[in-house]
Design a protein around this ligand. Structure first.
Ligand code: ADP
Ligand code: GN1
Ligand code: MG
Length: 357
């Protein structure tokens, strides 16, 4: 999808007319555009990937409920996503051009792929911690599961093994080393699921996709303003949210960096994120959750890296790529990060203990 279809532009009551629009952001799943209207107001216009989100109407119901819950707790319109309803009063358009929704563009914000300064990462942790707190009393049973088994790492392993066995594109032999690495970590990969089954960890309402670029920071102060990308808000573990942030943001390089010598898990960034997250929501976490934070980071890194490799084996049909081996590169950076976490395990545990005091 190169730009926004006319049928979508005519369906929403934009203030003035959309006079400019272009692709926006670095998401791997949906098609996101920024639209600028003749009145000067800006909009974030998105086509939902319905191959990934097969029940988009339920997804929208979740977003309406979650944003209403957050809106009641904040004072500024910059602290909560705001949907623009169609001229017919619907929260989306579903037609021959796809499934589309529109948000007010929150002005004066930035989104980062790598922190510009360590404090940016700390602030993102505060943002996600506040989000966790804001949803602590949200009735989880009313949420739809937008992607079943999304962070069921055991299930992700089953899908990975099936992709290796099918070897649809004949790529498995060339990435045997990477396959072997992920398989060798299967036991650790399943530990969170096991703890959940044993009731050792509480199920909460979580975001489940807590990349640094899913928090809007104020462009001037770099303070957290709003958590975005709410498509995967579902019941989950606090460790998923903590872990996914570390996987993406505590790396010293981009998610798809081909030069692995640049990729490390920064223990300084890990410490900062832990401090920010616990500052914002630590008092609501159980001791088991606190103890499992390093495992959360490792599990989410393993899981995501394995998902990238699965997609590479299946022919790059899930995550958007803009060059042939991008998913393979993504899976390799994650191997490096997991190895780096293992090397720094004691320091990670110490950092959690210190931040929790
Ligand atoms: P994806 O699911 O593709 O990751 P996101 O919802 O995260 O899509 O949006 C992609 C990018 O668009 C974000 O990383 C952010 O830069 C920007 N963005 C999203 N929503 C808003 C908004 N309401 N106001 C300003 N920028 C936004
Ligand atoms: C996808 O949509 P985006 O880019 O925020 C993916 C996440 C992965 C992430 C890896 C619905 O997130 O689970 O962690 O890419 N989202 C979905 O960068 O699968
Ligand atoms: Mg996003």
């Amino acid at each position: 999808m190169k730009n926004i279809p006319a049928s979508i532009l005519s369906a929403f009551p934009f203030e003035g007319e959309i006079i400019d629009s272009f692709r926006y952001g670095d998401g791997h799943i949906n098609d996101t555009f920024k639209g600028v209207s003749s009145s000067g107001k800006e909009y974030l216009i998105q086509r939902i990937n319905t191959k990934v989100f097969t029940r988009p109407v339920e997804l929208m119901e979740n977003i309406i409920a979650v944003t209403a819950h957050i809106r009641r707790q904040v004072t500024s319109t910059r602290n909560c996503l705001n949907l623009l309803y169609t001229k017919d009063g619907a929260s989306y358009i579903d037609g021959p051009d796809g499934f589309w929704r529109v948000y007010d563009f929150i002005p004066g914000t930035i989104c980062l792929n790598l922190p510009e300064t360590p404090d940016d990462f700390y602030q993102s942790a505060v943002g996600f911690g506040i989000f966790q707190r804001q949803l602590a009393d949200f009735p989880a049973e009313t949420l739809h599961e937008t992607i079943p088994d999304f962070h069921n790492t055991r299930d992700r392993y089953a899908k990975f093994k099936a992709a290796v066995a099918a070897d649809k594109c004949g790529r498995a032999a060339s990435v045997q080393k990477e396959i072997d690495f992920y398989l060798s970590e299967e036991e650790d990969g399943g530990r969170l699921v096991q703890m959940l089954e044993q009731d050792a960890l509480p199920l909460r309402v979580t975001h489940n996709d807590t990349k640094l670029n899913n928090v809007l920071l104020d462009a001037e102060t770099h303070k957290p303003l709003c958590i975005i990308d709410l498509d995967t808000v579902m019941p989950g573990l606090s460790l998923y949210d903590f872990g996914d942030s570390i996987r993406f943001g505590a790396s010293t390089a981009a998610e798809d960096e081909p030069d692995l010598s640049k990729v490390r898990m920064s223990i300084e960034l890990f410490r900062l994120y832990t401090e920010g997250f616990l500052f914002a929501c630590g008092s609501s976490l159980t001791q088991n959750e606190l103890d499992a934070l390093p495992l959360g980071a490792k599990t989410m890194t393993l899981e995501c890296g394995m998902r990238f490799l699965t997609d590479y084996l299946e022919g790059d049909t899930y995550f958007r790529i803009d060059r042939p081996q991008q998913n393979l590169d993504r899976s390799r950076t994650h191997i490096k990060l997991v190895q780096d976490m293992e090397r720094q395990w004691d320091a990670m545990q110490r950092a959690v203990k210190e931040a929790a005091q």
